[in-house]
Write a protein that binds this ligand. Structure first.
Ligand code: FUL
Length: 740
């Protein structure tokens, strides 16, 4: 041990000598240069500076590892969570994507209130908003000179309105950051597909970034090309998304006008799409990334593709290109009254927060003002509850005041690199070790036993992503026991334990690092105890089952639209709901109620039969289980992106149908995903009447159940779902078909 310590001291001494020597040389060179340049006082100042550095600790800063964030990316990391606002003609047509032929006259919000929307986002703990200034339908929410298809042609404020200005002012007023999303795909423009459109698109960006800055993010989505109005041509236009937009020049333009804006796109350049619209990054999620062409066969007809790697990033990626996780608060991005009960719950949002922000990415939550031009009451309440939850969960860092003992501190310089940096107000000041120490240990004495279920850790990302993996241990039963471990840290890593743990001594062990670690925060927290939302399901016979986990005294439910209270019907076993309806349920512990679940059911499928195609077993598409998938590829010739595939279902008896639903497979593949449909009904399985047709907009990215309302209710015994187009591949994959 003594020899080891002596060797260590010798190494440190040598290290110091080398450093001193290096500094002296540098000084000598500088000194000579200045002398040569005729400077008289400057060398003196330099000598003094050198002496000060020497006396105060000859600090040798750690060298960054790999790519590091730019200033624009740093401010984006610090923003962490923001909201994406979709509001425009689609709000009034009840669609996710407009075709481009919408009459501006339909855009006339009676109570538009940007401050109500921005304030609700702020109450939810979000730090900024991104407004969709133009979506795929091409309607511009600001009075642009680039196209007639804009707000000045709407009755809103007699054509004098400017939604972007109002949002911008509301952000300034409430201290929220502001960002913009101007869709490159424009289904209205006659020029789309030509180079003149690219010029026009850049002009739109120029207007936006000159008039409405500063923006913290410039958001660009990847849905490009397909059919549309295109100035009346009503045709399909295909572009080569890798070359058409000339993104490099567009990025240059944005950088010039908004140098502090992070540019978001499917593959960066500053922030990458995480690869799903479910709001979560991979369990491992590196901020570094090397974009590659999409996997072969993954390119979609409308330009969508899946970047499988994006969810995780690349450990030694070429660029600093962290992930953004976008997800709507409701099932879709645009307001639909039929989704009023489907707003994600505060605990669902908290879960997404852990899986996005807590994995070093950002959370971008979609908000959709309703036809009035404000957020629906349910959305406002949920945002507020989520904000409170977040605040409560992270209000008390249990390591404050604890005693920290690090196995190593860089050059023993506790002031600059010591453990006090782990809990100070600066999120990036860090505990750093000497270059050769890559697997240090930090022991924390909390002084008392404390209960926690959240572990928080951060790296000083200005020095790159240095740590490969780490473990957290507690001292229990006279030994150190591992309670958690993870890989990537980066800007933030939150670990949410399955259960609350009690400990006085906690240890952070860096298991592997590419360079000496620079840990800038360590925290332990306890989220409020809560009763989990029950799970509601219905079997094929029409029986509803409700279950929950944890210690509860009762589950209570309603089927009449009322909120379940401690006096509502107590669930004592499955009950029948063959005609469908809405079930609301909550767990109770005494009189304290947990989070509620709302589930809507259509007609039970007990007597249903798939009549066509007959060749294989297709019962999976009417088994009320969205995880089981039926494949149809035997519709005469092989089903391709152009050839329709039909499914005929016998409902057993004539029923009244208000709407039909279609559930795509719940995976992320594009193969076999229907994006255009016709829905027919019949009473004799011979004469068919088309009751609805259209596109499942955005189904490539968002796999929510599609709900199509018929113009008026019809009575029928047979239904036919015809997939007239699939995004990719041959054949159609269907998880579920239903009627309501
Ligand atoms: C996607 C769009 O196609 C969706 O409609 C939505 O705007 C989402 C945020 O981005 O690319």
């Amino acid at each position: 041990m003594l020899i080891f310590n002596l060797m260590l001291s010798f190494r440190k001494l040598m290290f110091l000598k080398i450093m001193m020597l290096r500094s002296v040389c540098t000084l000598y060179v500088t000194f000579s240069k200045l002398m040569f340049a005729g400077g008289r006082l400057k060398p003196f100042v330099l000598i003094c500076t050198f002496l000060v550095i020497g006396i105060t600790g000859y600090s040798q800063p750690p060298v960054p590892y790999g790519p590091v964030p730019s200033s624009a990316q740093m401010q984006w990391h610090e923003t962490g969570m923001y909201c994406l606002i979709h509001f425009g003609p689609d709000t009034y047509t009840d669609k996710e994507w407009g075709y481009g032929d919408e009459d501006p006259v339909i855009f006339n919000p009676s109570e538009f209130d940007a401050l109500q929307i921005v304030s609700a986002a702020k109450a939810g703990g979000f730090k900024g908003i991104v407004v969709v200034a133009k979506h795929h339908d091409g309607f511009c929410l600001w009075p642009t000179k680039t196209t007639e298809h804009n707000i000045s042609k709407s009755p809103y404020k007699n054509g004098k309105g400017d939604i972007i200005r109002e949002f911008k002012d509301a952000c300034d007023k409430s201290g929220m950051k502001f960002g913009l999303y101007c869709s490159p795909w424009d289904r209205n423009s006659a020029l789309y597909g030509t180079s003149a459109y690219v010029d026009l698109y850049r002009e739109q960006l120029k207007e936006l970034y000159t008039e409405y800055g500063p923006v913290f993010i410039s958001w660009h989505d990847g849905a490009n090309g397909g059919d549309g109005y295109y100035g009346g041509a009503r045709e399909k236009r295909t572009i080569d998304r890798t070359t058409y937009y000339g993104w490099d020049s567009t990025w240059d333009l944005i950088r010039r006008l908004q140098p502090m804006a992070a540019i978001f796109g499917d593959v960066g350049p500053d922030v990458r799409w995480v690869g799903n619209e479910e709001g979560h990054a991979g369990e491992t999620c590196w901020a570094t990334y090397t974009p590659e062409a999409p996997d072969p066969g993954m390119e979609a007809a409308n330009g969508y593709s899946r970047y499988w790697k994006a969810t995780e990033g690349d450990r030694n990626g070429k660029y600093w290109m962290p992930a953004e996780c976008d997800v709507p608060l409701r099932p879709g991005w645009v307001y639909h009254a039929s989704d009023d009960q489907k707003v994600k719950s505060p605990y669902t949002l908290l879960d997404l927060y852990f899986k996005s922000v807590g994995r070093g990415a950002a959370l971008d939550l979609g908000l959709s003002p309703d036809k009035r031009g404000i957020l629906h009451e349910n959305d406002v309440t949920i945002l507020k509850e989520f904000g409170n939850l977040l605040k409560t969960a992270f209000s008390n860092n249990l390591v404050k005041g604890a005693i920290f003992k690090a196995s190593d501190i860089r050059q023993n310089n506790t002031r600059q690199y010591g453990t006090a940096n782990l809990t100070d107000a600066d999120p990036w000041s860090a505990w750093v070790t000497n270059d050769e120490i890559k697997t240090p240990v930090l022991t924390i004495d909390l002084k008392d036993e404390k209960t926690f279920n959240i572990i928080k850790i951060r790296e000083n990302i200005r020095l790159g992503q240095r740590i490969d993996s780490f473990s957290v241990l507690i001292y229990k039963d006279k030994k150190w026991q591992k309670i958690a471990g993870a890989t990537s840290i980066g800007a933030l890593r939150l670990i949410r334990l399955q259960q609350y743990l009690k400990a006085r001594l906690v240890r952070l062990v860096i298991d592997k690092a590419a360079a000496c670690p620079a840990v800038s925060e360590f925290g332990l927290y306890a989220e409020p105890v809560h009763l989990t939302a029950p799970v509601i399901s219905r079997d094929k016979s029409g029986s509803v089952h409700i279950s929950t986990v944890g210690a509860v005294t009762a589950i209570r439910y309603t089927t009449d639209g009322k909120e379940p209270t401690a006096r509502s019907t107590r669930y004592s076993g499955p009950f029948l709901l063959p005609e469908g309806g809405t079930v609301r349920a909550r767990a109770f512990s005494g009189s304290v109620g947990g989070e509620r679940t709302v589930k809507e059911f259509g007609l039970a499928k007990a007597g249903w039969k798939v009549l066509y195609p007959q060749s294989n077993d297709l019962s999976a598409l009417i088994d009320d289980d969205e995880q089981s998938v039926a494949g149809i590829n035997s519709n005469g010739p092989q089903v391709t992106a152009q050839t329709p595939a039909d499914v005929v279902v016998d409902l057993g008896k004539a029923v009244s149908i208000r709407s039909f639903s279609f559930t795509p497979p719940q995976n992320t593949r594009l193969n076999g995903i229907a994006d255009k449909y016709v829905f027919y009904v019949s009473n004799d399985n011979l004469n068919w009447k088309a009751e609805a047709s259209g596109e499942f907009s955005n189904i490539a990215a968002n796999r929510e159940q599609q709900h199509i309302q018929l113009k008026k209710p019809v009575k029928a015994r047979y239904i036919k779902f015809s997939a007239v187009h699939v995004i990719e591949g041959q054949g159609v994959l269907i998880a579920e078909i239903g009627v309501q």
